[in-house]
Design a protein around this ligand. Structure first.
Ligand SMILES: C[S@@+](CC[C@H](N)C(=O)[O-])C[C@H]1O[C@@H](n2cnc3c(N)ncnc32)[C@H](O)[C@@H]1O
Length: 260
């Protein structure tokens, strides 16, 4: 991907981190990561973070969850550079490595990770079936896939509101339904497949984010990020809140275990 094609460049990273926290390009911060990982023990484990963004989660996995090593992969230069800087700053660069990859099959050996994590990044990978099979391949027997992603509530054409929202994001979203995800994970061979709908949680959070962007802080956001960019963002968030309120946009937690 060339610089011209970058979707998450430094300008977008700065605004998203302003909304969601340093190193986070998705909502919920450490608390939501904890909910994705609930009940899993990462200590000493070798962990892959698919679509690591600007790195806060890869850092958390090493520093707060005791992962033995974390490999964060992403397809864009700016996020990979930001993630590597954050790992250095947080003193975990010896256990967190960030790799820029090209979209497509995971370039790792079979059974090379204990846990594959991802937060709100698989939305950019259209072929959920190929990705599920590939994640299964790189996990050790007994290894877990634990992720969050942004889903659409149904198969088939998105509603006009959803189409308007996806167009406004301009982030090449490839959303799929819970049913498609469930089948993709099961067909790949995963057991204990679990999907948890996070729609009401993010609906409430996103309503708060929109109130923040349009409230007294707007002037400060405009000063730091430009009035035009904030106007565009408010429009996108307004469209997003609409499809969160209808339930069509439904972030989910996803989980499955490669059988022992
Ligand atoms: C919404 S951000 C989430 C980043 C991070 N997981 C977080 O929660 O802060 C989505 C990320 O997925 C990355 N991405 C897009 N296509 C990808 C692919 N094929 N493989 C890996 N990462 C990808 C983007 O560059 C971006 O950094």
């Amino acid at each position: 991907m060339t610089d011209e094609e970058m979707l998450y460049d430094d300008v977008h990273i700065a605004l998203l981190e302003d909304i969601w926290g340093e190193g986070f390009l998705s909502p919920g911060g450490p608390d939501e990561v904890a909910r994705v990982l609930e009940g899993l023990d990462l200590s000493g484990k070798i962990v892959l973070d698919i679509g690591c963004g600007s790195g806060a989660i890869a850092v958390l996995l090493a520093r707060d969850y005791g992962a033995g090593s974390v490999v964060g992969i992403d397809v864009e230069d700016d996020v990979c550079n930001a993630a590597a800087r954050l790992a250095e700053k947080e003193g975990v660069a010896d256990r967190v490595s960030i790799r820029k990859v090209t979209p497509g099959p995971l370039d790792f050996a079979d059974q090379s990770f204990d846990v594959a994590f991802s937060k709100d990044s698989i939305i950019h990978i259209p072929d959920k079936e190929a990705l599920s099979a590939d994640v299964f391949r790189i996990l050790v027997p007994g290894g877990w896939f634990a992720a969050s992603d942004w889903l659409i509530a149904h198969d088939g054409e998105p509603s006009p509101d959803m189409q308007a929202y996806i167009a406004a994001e301009a982030l090449e979203f490839a959303m799929s339904s819970p049913g498609r995800y469930q089948r993709a994970l099961e067909q790949a061979g995963f057991e204990h497949v679990m999907l948890r709908n996070r729609n009401t949680w993010y609906r409430d959070v996103a309503q708060g984010e929109l109130a923040m962007l349009t409230g007294p802080e707007r002037t400060r956001f405009e000063r730091d990020h430009g009035a035009d960019f904030i106007a565009e963002t408010v429009e996108t968030w307004t469209k997003m809140v609409r499809v969160l309120e209808s339930g069509e946009h439904c972030p989910h937690h996803l989980r499955g275990q490669r059988p022992l």
